[in-house]
Design a protein around this ligand. Structure first.
Ligand code: PAF
Length: 278
């Protein structure tokens, strides 16, 4: 039986005994199957002498004004039990006041990969993500950290931050985890009502149909994906784009390293997903 340590202050986190290898799973809580998979992969990387740390922090800096920061689910007790069961060694669950002083004035901003897709639709989002992730790496002395491929652009931006600012943390990508009907697992899925949840399965159908149709024109790939999404009357498309999976700039025709990425809103819930092409 593992005794999970729970810490809520930066001082407590930094006073933890040094682990041989600490692998971090950064989250905003409302934990689900994909987080369970991340903890499993983290455990493998940490090995017998290492430890798995998981952070839960709904980071206000990465929510644009008017988005779902206030209503973002915060099921504290359930998350704690989830972590214990999954075998997390150290749970870091700070408050907003603990993470950000009123007079904060240093932020981390990536200025190239962030200009398209999520960065374009959600100005300031990646600045908030980079800033909090850098803080978490430092606070928890993370030797490695895991990020899901569902947030493919986030993963690439974190890698770029690590490279350009010489963090010692290695970044491990975890493939997207899907529910049985194909919907990518996300804490936001729980906002969906029954109709929206059912119709949201068009996202993976659109991605797989477009990726497997053998089309080389990016425009045709996008058109096909849009057509499939259009079969769900509740879907409102934010973007469907083919980009280079390293630069996140639009590409046409499709190349070996292309990514089809989309963001679609169902009711008040914005979902993202992606698939590699080529
Ligand atoms: O992907 C997320 O859940 C968040 O963006 C992260 C990496 C935990 C930073 O708040």
């Amino acid at each position: 039986m593992i005794n999970m340590r729970i810490v809520t202050t930066i001082a407590q986190a930094q006073a933890q005994p040094n682990a041989k290898c600490r692998v971090l799973v950064p989250t905003m809580g409302a934990l689900h199957k994909a987080h369970g998979e991340m903890v499993r992969v983290a455990r493998e990387h940490a090995g017998h002498d290492g430890e798995v740390a998981l952070s839960i922090f709904v980071n206000p800096l990465q929510f644009e004004p008017g988005s779902d920061y206030e209503r973002y689910p915060r099921p504290e007790k359930t998350d704690e039990e989830f972590c214990e069961k999954a075998g997390v060694d150290l749970l870091f669950r700070p408050s907003v006041a603990e993470m950000y002083g009123d007079d904060r004035s240093v932020f981390i901003e990536e200025s190239s990969l962030s200009n398209t897709l999520e960065g374009k639709s959600r100005p300031g989002h990646f600045r908030g993500v980079c800033t909090v992730v850098a803080k978490l790496f430092n606070i928890l002395s993370a030797d490695a950290a895991l990020f899901g491929e569902k947030d493919f652009q986030q993963l690439a931006i974190i890698r770029r931050m690590v490279r350009d600012l010489n963090f010692k943390t290695s970044i491990i990508a975890v493939p997207t985890v899907r529910d049985d009907d194909g919907l990518a697992c996300s804490s936001r899925n729980q906002y969906l009502n029954a109709d929206e949840r059912e119709q949201a399965t068009v996202l993976h159908k659109a991605l797989f149909a477009a990726a497997n149709a053998g089309k080389t024109s990016a425009r045709d790939v996008v058109d096909l994906a849009r057509k499939v999404i259009g079969e769900a009357p509740l879907a409102r498309i934010d973007y469907v784009e083919v980009v280079d999976a390293e630069t996140f700039q639009s590409v046409d025709p499709v190349r070996a390293n292309s990514l089809l990425a989309l963001a679609v809103v169902f009711g008040k819930t914005r979902l993202i997903d992606n698939i590699r092409l080529g």
